[in-house]
Design a protein around this ligand. Sequence first.
Ligand SMILES: Nc1ncnc2c1ncn2[C@@H]1O[C@H](COP(=O)(O)OP(=O)(O)OP(=O)(O)O)[C@@H](O)[C@H]1O
Ligand SMILES: [Mg+2]
Length: 480
Amino acid sequence: MEKKQLEKMLNELTVEGIHVVDSDGTTLLYNDIMAELEGLDREEVLNKKILDVLPSLKGQSTLMHVLSTKEPILNNLQTYFNKEGKEISTINSTWPIKREGKIWGAVEIARDVTQISKLAQKVMEPQNHGQNINPKNKVKSIKYSFEDILGNSSEILHAKQIAKMASKSSSNVLIIGESGTGKELFAQGIHVASSRKNQPFIAENCAAIPESLLEGLLFGTTKGGFTGAVDRAGLYQQAHGGTLLLDEINAMPMGLQSKLLRAIQEGKIRPVGGTNEVQVDVRIIAIINEDPLKAIEEGRLRKDLFFRLSVINIFIPPLRERKEDIELLTEYFIDKFSKENNKNIEGIDKEIEKFFQTYGWPGNVRELEHVLEGSINLVREGELIQQRHLPYYAQRSIDMPPHEATDKGEKEKTISLEELTDKNIDLDKCLTDIEDSLIKEALRVNEGNITKAAKNLGISRQRLQHKLKKRFLKEYINKS
Ligand SMILES: Nc1ncnc2c1ncn2[C@@H]1O[C@H](COP(=O)(O)OP(=O)(O)OP(=O)(O)O)[C@@H](O)[C@H]1O
Ligand SMILES: [Mg+2]
């Protein structure tokens, strides 16, 4: 193919910036997208040596670096201001080009992730309770202390006792529990009861951030690459002296988990694109919403990181395993929402009380809280909360106690094994399809508002975000 044709194709067909140099660092190919990203003119760069065009890049150009080391640099996040002063984030990969074993040149491909990067930052903000990234503001964002953790069951008292002990030290903590069990309460409680209470408390949800951006957000970015990247302190550094809460640690890519392990072991971090290490004093509280041993077995959690993090383990059992707490929590939430709604509510009907004891509470305390909040909106002054005030799905569960429900379902819906093998049903795919359409519908109804959609779906915002990220984040970003 003619070079001209190739250039035309690269300009028209690709959505990525492409820059090819020969073994001397002279530019052979430089497409319009790269020119736009870097704020340079193609003509300025083509057929010239990189360092003649931009002498300030000496020692920093990734292309030159790859030419000398002959090793690729992959997925390097760069944030910089281009000539027009616009902040641009790109993910760059640079490879050596070899011919007959000899280095012939190098190619760099840059993907514009400015939009995703902005979205990620927006997503991060609610994690920090709407505060900006000024560590001084962090302390104010704490909402809970140990007194807010209610419950008289031996399980919750035991967990609280360990948490109180944890607050006396700076050891790392791993909090384990299903969604809605109060993990955030425990994490904040430990921070405010510790000697770090006047230092920053920074929370990051590892499932809510696209993988390629997580490293930069966590460890910061520094000068490097083709144009001058900005220095940006990561959350790890911003939490210096205080506590860094890493939520859904099992969603952190394995490669990054080993970088985190190194940071914890050495008490130092190295920003993305940087060579200097920074000394950081941070107490890590990690959260996991599944059995860590299962996560290790299935390759979502590094064993060595698990051991590092679990100097202190706090396991919060699901609500169905500490039913003694239901009554106290019910009273507390009724009182709280009655006051908020200016309504005098008597309490709950005996039948509902019984139902609360037999129901499985898959969404744990958060679900109980939402059920009562919803009911209090419907119940009249002086009335008891009754079946008709509960959300629709809960009403159905009362009508159809668990055993009866499965019995009926089995009679009407069972598919015989013959039918199954006949049709070759792919159960996982069917379930994924159903889930996808429910998620899309919830997002449509709520005009893309993730918090509201998650509430409708009865799952946490984080879980919904995790699912979006896994399935169709791209589609969602384009729409919003
Ligand atoms: N023991 C408790 N006492 C009082 N309120 C509680 C308790 N446990 C949980 N809650 C309430 O339940 C809700 C969920 O708690 P929290 O956000 O800490 O859950 P989580 O375990 O972090 O859930 P997720 O995994 O979904 O993030 C909050 O509104 C919290 O106030
Ligand atoms: Mg949480």
